[in-house]
Ligand binder design. Structure first.
Ligand code: PRP
Length: 208
């Protein structure tokens, strides 16, 4: 009996560690704040909203996935859009795997090279809009290609963190506050993108 109770205690401890806390050495403890099920449901809702918004549009929607982070959300979202759609990708980087933006956004790759966006309807997908610098950069880059419209969709938008010149995100998955997030495309030093849900740094390790 004693052995049985000991086993139960051990199992719940493991379950607690797996389900509620994730520790990254040198960074701190993360808790899951958005589950995979919530993401799936939200992607369905946003997909329907996009279908409604583009119901009068005869042309395909050009989805531009911002690599690498938006890969997972873009797939979830596009699978829920019935309107004819085309997938393009753009690779920009400013965080270089760290906790804070470097302040400089660099274009590293663009699948649109040599293709015209003139008169096309574009939805740019992101995993997160944080300071908004990346969206500002992408917006001016794409505007120069004269599309008929550009809208933005993001899995997460951080509340009150963006500068005045940041274009509005029309399709918002979830609003979060100022916190460091990983999972569902969001990385720490390129790792943890494959977590199905989104996790927030709750207890950072003191750096002193
Ligand atoms: C991340 C994220 C967004 C951007 C948002 O990209 O994927 O594109 O930062 O931050 P901002 O609103 O402060 O500009 P990152 O440069 O880390 O590249 P990644 O997508 O490869 O992770």
């Amino acid at each position: 009996m004693k052995k049985c109770l000991q086993l139960i205690a051990l199992a719940s401890l493991v379950l607690m560690n797996n389900a509620f806390a994730l520790f990254i050495p040198g960074v701190g403890e993360f808790v899951e704040v958005i589950t995979a099920e919530q993401i799936s449901k939200r992607a369905e809702e946003l997909g329907s909203q996009i279908d409604q918004d583009y119901s009068d549009c005869q042309d395909p929607i050009i989805f531009i996935c911002t690599l690498n982070g938006a890969l997972f959300f873009t797939a979830d979202l596009m699978k829920n859009v019935k309107h004819s759609s085309i997938l393009e990708t753009i690779r920009v980087s400013s965080y270089h795997g760290g906790l804070e933006t470097s302040g400089t956004v660099k274009l590293k790759y663009d699948s649109l090279e040599g293709k015209s966006l003139e008169g096309k309807h574009v939805i740019v997908t992101e995993d997160i809009v944080d300071t908004g610098l990346t969206l500002q950069f992408i917006h001016s880059y794409l505007q120069s290609k004269n599309p008929a419209s550009i809208r933005y969709a993001s899995l997460v938008v951080k509340k009150d963190c963006q500068g005045a010149n940041t274009p509005e995100t029309t399709y918002v998955g979830f609003e979060r506050s100022k916190e460091f997030l990983i999972g569902c495309g969001l990385d720490y030093q390129e790792e943890y993108r494959n977590l199905p849900g989104v996790w927030a740094l709750e207890t950072p390790i003191a750096n002193d």
